[in-house]
Design a protein around this ligand. Structure first.
Ligand SMILES: [Zn+2]
Length: 110
């Protein structure tokens, strides 16, 4: 990550940043993240503010999957389904490298 560089079209660094801040105060995470974005919209692809918007899995592009996040009643960032792991995931095809929270899955063991 270059200092001061915006995320641009690849939101993987943003999503990884959000994951690394799970458990923290949403207000602080939001202001830190939004300072690197042109618009706050991509934050809400991953983070559900309303309860009926919560999703277990958020997809970014064709083959990058991330845990859905939400903001709890104490204003902390939380994972919707913390039990989901890369090894539980099924890839949509065999030809691409799929990742869940940056961890590859669906590939042969070596
Ligand atoms: Zn493919």
């Amino acid at each position: 990550m270059h200092p001061g560089k915006r995320y641009g079209l690849d939101y993987t660094p943003l999503f990884r940043f959000l994951l690394s801040r799970v458990g923290g105060h949403w207000d602080r995470i939001f202001s830190e993240a939004v300072s690197r974005l042109d618009r706050p919209d991509p934050l809400f692809w991953m983070v559900a503010i309303r309860e009926d918007e919560r999703k277990d899995i958020v997809r970014l592009g064709e083959s990058s999957y991330f845990s859905g996040l939400y903001v709890d009643e104490k204003n902390h960032l939380q994972i919707v389904n913390p039990d989901l792991k890369a090894e539980n995931m099924t890839p949509g095809c065999q030809c691409c490298t799929h990742t869940f929270n940056g961890v590859p899955f669906g590939q042969p063991a070596n």
